[in-house]
Design a protein around this ligand. Structure first.
Ligand code: C5P
Length: 288
């Protein structure tokens, strides 16, 4: 079985408060994008879970979220089957685009089919929550969704099904630790109040008002990550210098995306910038 394990962008991410369990309550808007890892699932004769990958950058042991997803299914239902999981990485790790979480979610849905478990979406979401805050979004087959609580309570926004945004995504050569960024937010939380709420962004999307979409993008963590890693600020400056108005860091970063009117413009900008900024990775991607 071969699966596309899509990435996400956060078009809006307001950190509301710190919780008793040390996580943070969020109000976030997820967008699923075409940038994807490829996952191949192959049944094994024994009970082992084996990860293979083209990238030495991800772990192949029990710290890999895809491994944990398979183990969680095996353990929860006392299954005898094992699995080979091949991950061809394209989503940069530690980027804020949810690559590891996506891999876990697609392994859960893939194995539900392959092992004929017949689990409902609700059960899969329950398992996904145990793996990580960003995992449940990928269980839903929807392009846009609002996330609350830890970001794991999902409200699919099916009314936006027809919207296709084009993006350029720029990834600097740094890796960001999500827990560190949230810890810093605890210190500086008063600095990062949103100018407008997620409702304005939802209304802008509904009206396909690209000017207003650009104006209402927001991420509480952007100032924090950019303060620690000036490279993030630099990317924003470069994109602004090219006339882009809709620019935001995704998740806890450091990947920064821009919204463009068409594929053509996204490809052209990406080509232009990649010759000059060789240490950055560029991706052209769209809503899926
Ligand atoms: O849920 P996940 O394991 O992906 O989260 C990674 C880290 O990000 C957590 O350990 C926590 O430090 C931080 N986090 C948070 N609040 C959230 C999501 C993540 O504090 N809503």
């Amino acid at each position: 079985m071969i699966l596309n394990s899509y990435a996400k962008l956060n078009l809006y991410l307001a950190v509301l408060d710190k919780r008793q369990d040390d996580y943070h309550n969020l109000d976030t808007l997820f967008e699923r994008i075409s940038l994807a890892d490829r996952i191949t699932l192959k049944p094994r004769r024994d009970r082992e879970i084996k990860i293979t990958t083209n990238c030495s950058c991800i772990p192949r042991d029990d710290t890999n979220l895809a491994w944990r997803a398979a183990r969680l299914l095996q353990g929860s239902f006392n299954l005898k089957q094992g699995i080979d999981i091949k991950i061809q990485k394209r989503i940069p790790i530690g980027s804020g685009m949810g690559g590891g979480s996506s891999n876990a979610a697609f392994v859960l849905t893939g194995l539900n089919q392959l092992w004929k478990l017949g689990l409902s979406q609700k059960s899969l979401v329950g398992l996904a929550k145990k793996i990580g805050s960003d995992v449940p979004f990928f269980i839903y087959d929807c392009a846009f969704a609002q996330g609350s609580l830890r970001g794991d309570k999902i409200r699919p926004l099916r009314q936006f099904a027809g919207i296709k945004l084009w993006h350029i995504v720029v990834m600097p050569k740094i890796k960001v630790s999500t827990p560190l960024i949230y810890k810093k937010w605890d210190e500086y939380s008063k600095l990062t109040k949103p100018a407008s709420g997620v409702r304005i962004l939802l209304s802008a999307l509904r009206k396909r008002d690209f000017y207003l979409i650009g104006k209402s993008l927001f991420n509480s963590l952007e100032q924090i990550t950019a303060g620690l890693y000036p490279e993030v600020r630099r990317i924003k400056e470069v994109l602004l210098g090219k006339g882009l108005q809709s620019i935001l860091m995704s998740g806890s970063g450091p990947a920064v995306f821009g919204i463009l009117p068409s594929r053509k413009e996204a490809v052209s900008l990406s080509k232009q910038l990649s010759t000059k900024h060789r240490s950055w990775q560029f991706f052209v991607t769209h809503t899926i």
